[in-house]
Design a protein around this ligand. Sequence first.
Ligand SMILES: [Zn+2]
Length: 56
Amino acid sequence: MATDTNAGGNVTYECMRCGTPVTVEELSRLPEIKCICGFRVFRKARPPIVKQLKAI
Ligand SMILES: [Zn+2]
């Protein structure tokens, strides 16, 4: 009965220009939110395998 979910702690973003994936953790380390290509617009990317189960 052990479930190991990491909900909310693994959000990934993608650069809108080059599509480079970057995690929130990486972004938080940067002085400003900016891709390696210099673009500053990201969109939220969903991890390919994520199933959200409602736990009461
Ligand atoms: Zn980029």
